[in-house]
Design a protein around this ligand. Structure first.
Ligand code: AMP
Ligand code: GLY
Length: 425
């Protein structure tokens, strides 16, 4: 069969890599792709990345399954358009995508379903927001309602900070996405990512994974899209999974079904564990990045039958996922200045100096005028390695990350530090 992967980040490179290993698959196509994906998939030149253009390509090329990476396509309804034409697509429809594209909607669903999450209020205008800021406890978390490329969350320590942030949100920092916002209670605990496939009735969870959001070692510096991830996580026990299923997944799917919202795709649950109890920080309707890279390397099962079963509503008939023993870690190599501004077009060396056992997923790479890869983004490479232990996996990934160089390149050397500390005690 022919599979088309839509997107061009590390997550989509990992999806192409895993899908290409399936004996069911004869061709992998990707759009818009990147310089790394170009080595394993066919990247067409298309006029634009609109739903109509991608749909037309899928029809012309007789693609059997289209897999959507980024949320923006889902929020625009690409899955609805494919389904209307009878084409198989992995990814949720626009209505279900509101779980990610509207924080207000997500909170309202969680409240209706009785799902544990931070207490919140909604501010729909500056006056209302300013009034709320005076009455709420601090630290206070402000979240832009709409999609803000992972930057729509701000934590205010006092009302003065809150007001400054509020004025920026409402003043158009995220354009329309920030004109309404959620204000919620600050939760203090440890973050975990739980990613699963679901067809709305059955679900198949991946291993728990942990991301590292801050830019620098020791969880210092600004928040980023994620600087590294690993799996499994020892605090992600079978008992915790069961609790998440009972308190979070089942009530969510039931509430969506009651409202007539079909959910067939991936569900990413951003969790905060507060004294062992799981709270939902956010839902995403896409795979996490960089969590997907270690998860797909750790996955022993062929992913493709699961993607198809999810799309066709037959996930209940599949076996649970099987996993390679040991641990997997991803270290992200980023451009100097990220998550702020950074240079583009810089030449990269050392990509062919990495160990064969390590996989370098490309995120922000492009092909330069001489045909060689150049920098084109903030997060550049997701260096991913497997090991008998987490310590070994992280050491291998970091050793290889150090070989990839371009002006200003940096990466974290302490991925997995919470887990490694737990191992020592
Ligand atoms: P979100 O996009 O909602 O996941 O938020 C981005 C990041 O902000 C999360 O990964 C957390 O690190 C942090 N965050 C979000 N909500 C809260 C909260 N209620 N309490 C503490 N930290 C939070
Ligand atoms: N790793 C965080 C995210 O994908 O949203």
């Amino acid at each position: 069969m022919k599979v088309l992967v839509v997107g061009g980040g590390g997550r989509e490179h990992a999806l192409c890599w895993k899908i290409a290993q399936s004996p069911l698959v004869t061709e992998v196509h990707a759009f818009p792709g990147n310089a790394g994906i170009a080595k394993i998939a066919r990247i067409p030149k298309l006029a634009d990345d609109s739903t109509a253009t991608i749909l037309d390509y899928a029809k012309r090329e007789r693609i059997d399954l289209t897999v959507i990476g980024p949320e923006k396509y889902l929020a625009l309804g690409i899955a609805d358009s494919f389904a209307a034409e009878g084409l198989q697509i992995f990814g949720v429809g626009a209505e279900a995508a509101r779980l990610e594209s509207s924080k207000i909607f997500a909170k309202e669903i969680m409240r209706a379903a009785g799902i544990p999450t931070a207490r919140h209020v909604v501010a729909r205008g500056l006056d209302e927001g300013l009034k709320l800021l005076r009455s709420l406890p601090y630290p206070l978390v402000l979240k832009a309602d709409g999609l803000a490329e992972g930057k729509g969350v701000s934590i205010a320590l006092n009302p003065a900070e809150g007001e400054k942030e509020l004025r920026e949100f409402m003043g158009g920092r995220f354009k329309e996405a920030g004109r309404e916002l959620v204000m919620e209670e600050f939760l203090d605990g440890e973050e975990l990512s739980l990613i699963l496939l679901t067809d709305g009735a059955a679900w198949r969870p991946f291993l728990f994974a942990q991301d590292h959001k801050r830019a620098f070692d020791g969880d210092e510096g600004p928040n980023t899209g994620g600087m590294g991830a690993y799996c499994p996580v020892s605090i992600g026990t079978p008992a915790l999974l069961e609790r998440c299923e009972t308190e979070i997944i089942r009530p969510l799917l039931r509430t969506l079904t009651e409202r007539g919202i079909a959910y067939r795709g991936v569900l990413y649950i951003g969790l905060m564990l507060v004294k062992g109890k799981p709270f939902v920080l956010e839902y995403n309707v896409r795979f996490g990045d960089p969590e997907t890279e270690p998860l797909l390397m750790a996955l022993e099962s062929d992913l493709v039958p699961y993607l198809q079963a999810t799309a066709n509503g037959k996930l209940g008939a599949t076996e649970p996922f099987e996993w390679h023993p040991g641990a997997t870690a991803t270290v992200v190599v980023a451009s100097g200045g990220y998550p702020g501004s950074y240079k583009k077009g810089l030449p990269i060396t050392g990509l062919d100096a990495t160990d064969p056992a390590v996989t370098v997923f490309h995120a922000g790479s492009a092909t330069g005028p001489d045909g060689r890869p150049v920098t084109a983004g903030g997060r550049m490479f997701m260096v991913t390695a497997h090991g008998d232990t987490l310590r070994e996996a992280v050491a291998t990934a970091a050793r290889n990350a150090a070989r990839i160089t371009f002006d200003g390149a940096f990466f974290r050397r302490d991925i997995g530090h919470r887990e490694l500390k737990r191992e020592r005690t």
